[in-house]
Design a protein around this ligand. Structure first.
Ligand code: FE2
Ligand code: FE2
Ligand code: FE2
Length: 167
């Protein structure tokens, strides 16, 4: 059973990665004017999500919303306090500036996520949903803005047009 649990985790990770990889490949195929190949990538990406979610269900990792928010806070906090600082340091040592930037953008975004989740946890604990609000995501760094896209991204300085509204 322990081996199966490890395998489920590995399969969940692999399928999740395949989903994002195929979506990136689809964008590239669109740019290279292969729209039907792009569609195939998007179709397979959707199927990989089905696989990933099935594995996750068997792992029983989706719990109550309160527990899920707690898990999210733990994950985000680990990322910005431990994982990314270490990754950034190592990327600096190896002179990989692209990696430094990518890790730093992610680290700064995770701080905001952890903060938003903490507010959500307070709401859910008192039996209330969060107040109605729109979210806008910076497509360069992942900064998550509330209510409106800022004129300039506070993390990466991208302009307002770089933000995508979450429907
Ligand atoms: Fe799959
Ligand atoms: Fe995050
Ligand atoms: Fe940004």
């Amino acid at each position: 059973m322990i081996r199966t649990e490890e395998n489920l985790r590995a399969a969940f990770a692999g399928e999740s990665q395949a989903n994002r990889r195929y979506l990136a490949f689809a964008e590239r195929a669109e740019r290279e004017k292969f729209p039907q190949v792009a569609k195939l990538f998007r179709a397979a990406a959707e199927a990989e999500t089905v696989h990933a979610l099935f594995h996750l269900r068997v792992l029983k990792e989706v719990k109550s919303t309160k527990e899920n928010i707690e898990a999210a806070i733990e994950g985000e906090t680990y990322e910005y306090e431990e994982m990314y600082p270490k990754f950034i340091e190592e990327a600096q040592d190896e002179g990989n500036r692209g990696a430094v930037r990518s890790f730093d953008y992610a680290r700064q975004s995770e701080i905001v996520h952890a903060d938003r989740y903490k507010k959500a946890l307070e709401s859910v604990k008192s039996g209330k949903d969060l107040e109605t609000v729109d979210y806008y995501i910076c497509q360069v760094c992942g900064y998550t803005a509330e209510n409106a896209a800022p004129e300039t991204c506070p993390i990466c300085e991208a302009k307002k047009e770089s933000f995508k509204k979450i429907e």
